[in-house]
Ligand binder design. Structure first.
Ligand code: AP5
Length: 210
């Protein structure tokens, strides 16, 4: 196993995608977001997308086997040869066990945000369809001239609504948060206070990765 990778861990809306864009710039590691891969599959109407859509709309986890197969294919791509930054994966212990057979995980960066802040973050989220950059109505608005990529087009996610957020949070606490202890025991778990300014959080993550 030559490659080594990092994992961005945390509840929905914690800021994993926001921080991933910055860490990617600093480390050169490509972002591998299972959420983004599933949304692309839904949009393309593939067999995986058709199977995943109902789970995603309900705020439930897509079955482990589907996710693990997506990851196995993704890490064969050329840009993954030196490792990747997983965003939103693994989310269950079977996924983490499968990952340990694929790549060495050197750091699990856990972005911690209290539940009461999550709904506001998710319901105000939008992104640029041109480049994927994530923004927020209040906390991180796009500039009046649009996104820096020059191809600004506002996009909102189908699952970013108050009803689905609650079920995504319940799913996180029941099925994903037990992974924290699993990684703590391995000595690679780095909790980061995510209830602060975006730049401060990035600074702490980069220190943890040193
Ligand atoms: P996924 O796409 O992974 O969604 P998620 O985990 O719910 O995480 P989000 O993308 O919602 O949040 P984020 O932490 O990236 O926050 P962001 O940076 O955008 O998964 C979607 C669905 O796919 C799942 O429900 C499941 O069905 C399925 N799925 C995916 N992976 C799976 C897996 N491995 N196994 C099984 N099923 C899977 O930030 C949120 C907002 O807050 C933004 O507007 C941002 O601008 C703002 N913000 C960010 N940081 C701050 C800050 N410090 N202060 C104030 N605002 C901030």
């Amino acid at each position: 196993m030559d490659m080594s990778s990092i994992v961005l861990f945390g509840p929905p809306g914690a800021g994993k995608g926001t921080q991933a864009a910055r860490i990617m710039e600093a480390t050169g590691l490509p972002q591998v977001s299972t959420g983004d891969m599933l949304r692309a599959a839904v949009k393309a109407n593939t067999a995986t997308g058709i199977e995943a859509k109902g789970y995603m709309d309900a705020g439930n986890l897509v079955p482990d086997e589907v996710i693990i197969n997506l990851i196995k294919d993704r890490i064969l791509e050329d840009d993954a040869v030196n490792g990747v930054m997983f965003d939103g994966f693994p989310r269950t212990i079977p996924q983490a066990e499968a990952l340990s057979q694929i790549t060495e995980v050197t750091h699990v960066i856990a972005i911690e945000v209290p539940d009461e802040k999550i709904v506001g973050r998710i319901c105000g989220r939008y992104s640029c369809a041109g480049c994927g950059m994530v923004y927020h109505d209040t906390f991180n608005p796009v500039s009046s001239s649009g996104c820096d990529c020059g191809n600004w087009q506002e996009k909102r996610r189908a699952d970013d609504n108050a009803e689905t957020v609650q079920s995504r949070l319940d799913t996180y606490h029941q099925q994903t948060s037990p992974l924290a202890d699993w990684y703590l025991e391995k000595g690679i778990f780095h909790p980061i206070d995510g209830d602060r300014a975006i730049d401060e959080i990035t600074g702490d993550i980069l220190v943890a990765l040193e």
